[in-house]
Design a binder for this molecule. Structure first.
Ligand SMILES: [Zn+2]
Length: 373
């Protein structure tokens, strides 16, 4: 009923040239929605929400929004949360429902006593009920003493802390393989798969498994990275790739590109969530030139497959190492003055003995050649 009501308001607003004000919306839809059994504040929510959807669709020059998901947003008037007993009570129109949360206790305990604003309840394609509750969480990142940089690609993530490089294999290729399998099924049955229930469910299951692998792996790795950063009082440095992808998204639409965007996004989100939980600072750096510049002398690198060689100073390393070191250096340049004597720069022992770089000292970097390829 909620979906139908919101869709009805959307349909009406879509026909209008100019969006009505909230007052006008009230006059247009309030009585009608009340007749459908919605309570007073729910009516307001419905037309406000519909207006926001229409507004954003217009701003993006989109087509008329059609709500597919069965979901409803409930505020304090209509939802009641008992985390101690893992129960959410919701009022939908004139009915009351008790829903038990299936998370483990240890997880829900983290949210005890925290402020929440709304409960979003939805029903997925398999008919399962999902509850989403955003909590207020204050984020007070500590003052970093060191930096950990992370370079992410489909096969591995490379972590650099100023001293050593650590590689962690991802499970993204495994997820990619499942996507390829799904695509194979689609190709084999050309258009028939769309109407065939059996093929459709196989394809969906493959995509779902692929997605679960990525999300599962991202959560685990994010926890590992964030706890490692917290232990050494480090800031986590990531490349700000969103802008870059936004510009190139139309060019690259292969499954591998899509999956790496998805995987990067999920990993970033997971790291951010964990970082907020543990108050770990995050720094974003511009990704420009991180894989093409020599970290030692700044010259342009030439590549033989994934091995980079600097013709200027003789520096040799593999692509991922270069990326992680350059990301580290970019962040180092911006926060170096704030790091104090704890900041570790890939520098000579002589500079280290002095306790970090002074401001007017040139950024010369001395890195041992990495040969572990
Ligand atoms: Zn060089």
């Amino acid at each position: 009923m909620t979906r139908r009501a919101i869709q009805h308001v959307i349909d009406c607003l879509w026909e209008l040239g100019k969006l009505p004000s909230i007052n006008q919306l009230h006059q247009m839809f309030y009585k009608l929605l009340r007749k459908q059994g919605f309570r007073a504040h729910q009516c307001k929510q419905i037309y406000k929400y519909a207006r926001a959807i229409v507004k954003s669709a217009r701003e993006n020059n989109g087509t008329k929004p059609v709500l597919k998901k069965l979901s409803a947003r409930l505020d304090k008037y209509d939802a009641w949360l008992d985390l101690e007993n893992q129960i959410v009570v919701v009022k939908l129109r004139d009915k009351v429902f008790k829903i038990r949360l299936l998370h483990n206790r240890e997880y829900t305990r983290k949210f005890l006593g925290r402020k929440w604003y709304e409960v979003i309840i939805s029903i997925d394609r398999q008919g399962r009920i999902r509850i989403c509750i955003p909590f207020r969480w204050s984020y007070n990142p500590y003052k970093p003493r060191r930096i950990i940089s992370i370079d992410i690609n489909l096969k591995k993530i490379v972590i650099y802390d100023g001293r050593s490089v650590r590689r962690v294999d991802t499970r993204f290729t495994e997820a990619l393989y499942l996507k390829y399998l799904a695509e194979e099924v689609q190709k084999k049955h050309s258009y028939a798969w769309r109407r065939n229930k059996k093929w459709l469910s196989i394809i969906r299951a493959l995509h779902r498994r692929s997605r679960n692998i990525v999300i599962d792996w991202c959560r685990k790795s994010a926890k590992y990275i964030v706890l490692k950063a917290k232990k050494t009082k480090s800031a986590i440095v990531l490349e700000d790739l969103v802008k870059l992808w936004f510009n190139t998204s139309k060019k690259s639409s292969t499954i591998a590109d899509k999956l790496s965007r998805f995987a990067y996004h999920k990993l970033e989100l997971a790291i951010m969530t964990k970082a907020i939980e543990y108050n770990v600072p995050i720094i974003y750096v511009d990704p420009k030139g991180t894989s093409t510049t020599c970290p030692r002398c700044g010259a342009k690198l030439s590549y033989t497959h994934r091995l980079a060689i600097c013709r200027n100073c003789g520096f040799i390393a593999d692509r991922d190492t270069i990326g992680a070191i350059n990301i580290y250096l970019k962040a180092f340049k911006t926060i170096a003055p704030r790091l104090g004597s704890w900041g570790i720069h890939p520098m000579t022992n002589e500079t280290r003995a002095k306790g970090g770089l002074s401001k007017d000292e040139p950024m010369t970097v001395h890195i041992k050649t990495y040969t572990s390829i």
